[in-house]
Ligand binder design. Structure first.
Ligand SMILES: [Zn+2]
Length: 455
């Protein structure tokens, strides 16, 4: 592994709470942390090679803080481009997803997740939240190590060079009225929330790149009287707690029919909402739901490219933000892995709905993709180019076919993941010259997906 420089000179860097990027910023790093951030005054930048900053490595283009992918199911990447032949909706897609889930074991999962996380690194993602429910063998029996699948994900992230929050997901039933898990779902279940909590508590990775949080799969998958067990588990550990929420109108309808209230109200009643909680999607909330989320300081993770791909609908991003709810972003099903696309979709989807432009400032989109996502995953010290922050630096080319002639502040509307030139995670170079240093991403994706997709 080459020695990573500790002084960088960014042509442009996007500093916290700045409406637009700052030119000529010296960024100093020690032991994985940013130790100094010095914008050079106009005219003070010496000609190339002059000694004052001679040891600072130039970063041509725009340097952003690390991007956080707050919602991932790594194995869904195997479905990209395979589910579009016919008609259908979320539920028909889900059947195809289960066919892949059925074929995974700790070894094939490690290979697939390593390639997927490396693909994320290539696009500037320095941290991922894995919403993990593939816990057991296909018949529902435990592996010798009951957390072998979670361990495979932690190892995969280490190989890919990014941080991971493993959101160990409680998944017990297949419908809001409590039907048992069947077929490919059997491997998701622990029986009851108490046994879920026991298994989850036994998994304590010591790797510095990983931490463990919790998830309630949805109100479909955890009975109301067991929600509090999961919520308490997370609260006792001050760990992030995530939950799929109101992705589908059908989920709202079933929840009203069974419990006489919306999914958000049910979660509120059973202690699931709170400042460490992130509601994923929240595509179909009522106004009262948004008030419950805001009052409890629950965050919302939008996944616009997945919601678009699965025909879920357009979430009320502006109304959610106006309620005071912090927004983060996830690539979820990985139909696309590109947080630039997720971020601009927040604005562009709002335009389609309202037929007006200008709902979110570029800084809002950057914050959703970086600092808010890291916070939602329990890494409050990441996602900012600031003294004391983790040294995550994502440098985007401003001279590609897509970005040439674009002002740096416009990069979020012009650039894509393919324009990411270099990625530094915790002070270590993971991607250089647009290539992952240790993983041949296309080759590994091909072979890992071939191994788990039905012929
Ligand atoms: Zn999801």
């Amino acid at each position: 592994m080459p020695v990573t420089p500790t002084r960088w000179l960014a042509e442009y860097a996007w500093l916290p709470e700045h409406a637009e990027p700052t030119p000529d910023v010296l960024i100093e790093v020690d032991d994985g942390r940013i130790t100094a951030v010095t914008p050079l005054t106009p005219g003070s930048r010496p000609p190339a090679g002059v000694e004052v900053y001679a040891d600072a490595v130039p970063l041509p283009g725009l340097t952003l803080p690390g991007l956080a992918n707050a919602h991932s199911h790594a194995f869904h990447r195997a479905l990209r481009g395979r589910t579009h032949g016919g008609r259908g909706d979320f539920w028909t897609w889900r059947d195809q997803m289960y066919a892949v889930a059925d074929r995974l074991d700790p070894e094939t999962y490690l290979a697939l997740a390593r390639a997927v996380y490396a693909e994320m690194a290539l696009t500037g993602i320095t941290c991922v939240g894995e919403f993990h429910y593939l816990h057991h063998r296909p018949d529902g029996g435990a592996y010798d190590d009951p957390n072998a699948m979670g361990a495979a994900l932690v190892e995969a992230a280490a190989h890919a060079g990014i941080r991971l929050t493993l959101l160990d997901t409680c998944y017990l039933t297949s419908s809001v009225d409590g039907r048992p898990l069947a077929g490919p779902q059997r491997r998701f279940g622990d029986g009851d929330a108490g046994r879920w909590a026991e298994r989850a508590a036994a998994f304590q990775p010591t790797d510095p790149h990983a931490r463990v949080g919790a998830a309630v799969h949805s109100v479909r998958a955890v009975p109301a009287d067991q929600l509090r067990t999961v919520a308490d588990w997370a609260r006792e550990r001050q760990a992030p707690l995530h939950v799929h929420l109101s992705e589908q109108p059908a989920e709202n309808d079933e929840c009203r029919a069974v419990h006489g209230r919306t999914p958000t109200a049910l979660l509120a009643e059973h202690g699931v909402l709170g400042p460490h909680t992130t509601a994923v999607h929240a595509t179909h909330p009522t106004s009262a739901d948004l008030s419950l989320l805001a009052d409890s300081r629950t965050g919302v993770c939008l996944c616009p490219t997945t919601e678009r791909d699965l025909a879920d609908g357009i979430g009320p991003a502006r109304r959610t933000a106006d309620a005071g709810i912090r927004l983060s972003l996830g690539s979820d099903s990985h139909a696309v892995i590109d947080l630039f696309e997720e971020a601009r979709a927040v604005e562009l989807d709002e335009r389609l709905r309202t037929r007006r432009r200008g709902h979110f400032a570029p800084l809002d989109l950057l914050n959703a993709a970086s600092v808010a996502g890291h916070a939602a995953l329990g890494w409050a010290d990441a996602g900012r180019i600031a003294v004391g922050s983790r040294a995550d630096l994502v440098t985007v080319r401003l001279d590609s076919a897509r970005t040439a002639g674009v002002p740096p502040v416009g990069a979020f509307f012009a650039a894509g993941g393919a324009d990411v030139e270099q990625v530094v995670v915790d002070g270590r170079v993971v991607v250089a010259e647009g290539r992952h240093l240790t993983v041949d991403v296309p080759v590994e994706l091909s072979s890992a997906i071939e191994a788990v997709t039905p012929a």
